[in-house]
Design a protein around this ligand. Sequence first.
Ligand SMILES: [Fe+2]
Ligand SMILES: [Fe+2]
Length: 201
Amino acid sequence: MTNVTFQKIIQEVQKQIIGLAKQNGWMWFYNLHQKEVVESANDLLKLYPQADKKIVLVSCWLHDIAHYYARNEEEILAVKKNHHIDGAKVAGEILINYKLNQEEIEKIKSCVLKHRNHQDYAPETLEEKVVATADALSHFRSIFYLTYFKFHPEHSLEEMVKIDLDKIERDWRDLGLLPKSRKIAELEYKTLKKMLSSYKG
Ligand SMILES: [Fe+2]
Ligand SMILES: [Fe+2]
């Protein structure tokens, strides 16, 4: 992939995502998650410079593309379940419009498919690990865990504490894919865990 193609993809995908986010009310998700994932990936690329930067960054821009089509909180909860599978498909449809070879398209699709570090789709290549780790790392560097009630306004504090604590542990586990990432998020991990665990419900 040439630098020109890379820049063009990033620019156009970003524009498309912002358009969908504005249309469907996901600008807050774009601001707190999308931007942080790209920033986290750039930091990880400094720690793991052998990774293919262009593959990683295009994949990061596309990794949650399926989310932006949801039109409300209810729809996003339904979309969320398979957004890695749907996202890989959408990524393939978008990337076909650019001067990329098939191998590059497959690599990016695979990064999107495996970004959740799900056992059925476990990251294997370094690029896949950087994308999955950037996704988890971003949660420690934004107000991600504090958005719980935007998705589940009817839940109790007890449920929020339990589900957020479980999610924090899963994210910390995911950082184990690239252990150097844990240094970046260690303070936030310990602080969030301590704060949530202190709830005396
Ligand atoms: Fe995701
Ligand atoms: Fe994500």
